[in-house]
Design a protein around this ligand. Sequence first.
Ligand SMILES: [Zn+2]
Length: 447
Amino acid sequence: MRDCNAAGFFRMLELDMAAALPDTKPSIGVQSSDDLPTIHGGIVLSKYIIHIIIKSRTIYTFNTHHLDLSMLPFTVTATDGAARRGRLTLAHGTVETPAFMPVGTAGTVKAMTPEGVVATGAEIILGNTYHLMLRPGAERMDALGGLHRFMNWDRPILTDSGGYQVFSLAGRRTMSENGVVFRSHLDGSEHDLSPERSIEIQRLIGSDISMVLDECTAWPATEDEARRSMEMSMHWAKRCRDVFDLRDGYGLFGIVQGSVFPELRRQSAEALTGIGFDGYAVGGLAVGEGQQQMFGVLDFTVPHLPEDRPRYLMGVGKPADIVGAVCRGIDMFDCVLPTRSGRTAQAFVTGGTLNLRNARHADDMSPLDAPCDCPVCAQYGRAYLHHLIKAGEMLAGMLLTTHNLHYYQNLMKTLRAAIEAGTLDQFRTAFGEAQEAGVDGQNDADD
Ligand SMILES: [Zn+2]
């Protein structure tokens, strides 16, 4: 049987019946036998009662047992504590999890060629709906063959909903229950972003994984503010699900909101699982609350998410944040840190970060990070990278970004291997000790 979700499967069955019995107007009625309200949205609800209806009469009823028709095949292959080692199969390829997604804001991972991104080990990248809808524009993107073809990236792409950037346009947007009207930061032109339009844009872009439009709740927020914001996001999530086009290998993720309030996070997770999504993101974190509070939110949120669906922590983070979140059961991450840092002279290395602008690197021919197997560490010394930065050469950003993305992908590879081997605790301890010891055995304030 082909992999597709339940709603898609029943629709296919209906079409097949209609083709075989053209004059009888056959249809299929479906209800869950587990007292779940609906199969709409198509995540596994385990059991269904199926009615085959011809000429308004039910002619046959049968009960399925544990029908597993999830749209996006996701397999957890090993666990270690709460951490999961998994594999997500998408239209443009498979993604080994836990996975890190480099951010390709405007149809490019900045300072990198697509081949260079592949060479780091990345299997999926993130595209920004807000930037792409304004330039080059979603309809143009579609006419040009979609983002994969446009940017020469033939592997999976996840797009955000555009909401995060639009909500950060303070003073340039008006928001209502219906959606957001905003003015472009590029030319002042007026645009609408509703849940329906966000999903349409992501379809035109051709994303393997689309995200629901939500409001990233401001931090800090009172419990009342957080509740109002979360409840609106849940209404929007339902509207997104209703218009999402079901296609094999493509999926839609819901986003849990609720700020730092356990009861709101629980309600949000339950509202989303009631609707049914291909994966579940934890949103509204990495907005200034700090690592301990972020881990706290994961501790009381993740247990409410379905075990058989991927979990994505949006916008996170530093290497230590990722290690901690993987240990708490998160499968996917994205962050601008490795690429942005690469353009500002920062390198992620064993024990922390190096600032290559620092004069102490001027005579140092050692590699950025001795254990790193990337082409930059194999071929260039710190002194040369320091020189490129001082000289304002663009190669500096290219080489540092290459190394940083390798560092992040190597971290994910190590985490996946540790989960498989059941040695995640040892890895976490060793990683923490290395961070404590600092880079080159020092915690230089300038770094
Ligand atoms: Zn390297």
